[in-house]
Unconditional design. Structure first.
Length: 118
C-alpha cells in the first residue's frame, strides 16, 4: 500500500478536524469580542459555531467505516452501509473468492470468526 493511498483515507478526518478547529477558534474570537465590547450579540453569535461543531461531530460519527480485525480481510475498511444497527454477524467475500464470517464488536470493529462454506 502506498503512502499516498494511506494519506487519502485520512483526508476526511483531517478536513473535519480543520473545520472543528476553525469553528472553535471562531467561538474564542467571538467571546473575546464580547469581553471587550460587553455586547451580548457576540455571545448569541458564538452559539452558532458551537452548534455547528456538534453537527459536524455527530454527522461524522455515523459515517465512519468498520475495520476488519483478523482473518483474510485484516485491516480492510468496510463501508458502514454494509451493516445495520442490529447486525451481529456479517459474511463478507474475501479477495480469493471465499467467504469469511465477522462479528460486529462495537460501532467501528469487525472481528474475524472463521471461514464459511460457499
Amino acid at each position: 500500500m502506498s503512502s499516498n493511498v494511506h494519506h487519502n483515507r485520512r483526508a476526511p478526518q483531517r478536513a473535519r478536524a480543520v473545520v472543528i478547529l476553525f469553528l472553535l477558534l471562531t467561538v474564542a474570537g467571538l467571546m473575546m469580542m464580547w469581553t471587550w465590547t460587553a455586547d451580548t450579540l457576540f455571545v448569541v453569535l458564538s452559539g452558532v459555531p458551537v452548534v455547528s461543531v456538534l453537527v459536524v461531530c455527530l454527522y461524522g460519527r455515523h459515517q465512519s467505516a468498520f475495520v476488519a480485525i483478523g482473518g483474510p480481510l485484516d485491516g480492510a475498511r468496510v463501508p458502514s452501509s454494509v451493516a445495520g444497527p442490529d447486525t451481529e454477524n456479517l459474511i463478507l467475500r474475501t479477495r480469493d473468492g471465499g467467504r469469511a464470517s465477522y462479528a460486529v464488536v462495537d460501532s467501528h470493529n469487525l472481528v474475524y470468526r472463521g471461514e464459511t462454506a460457499d
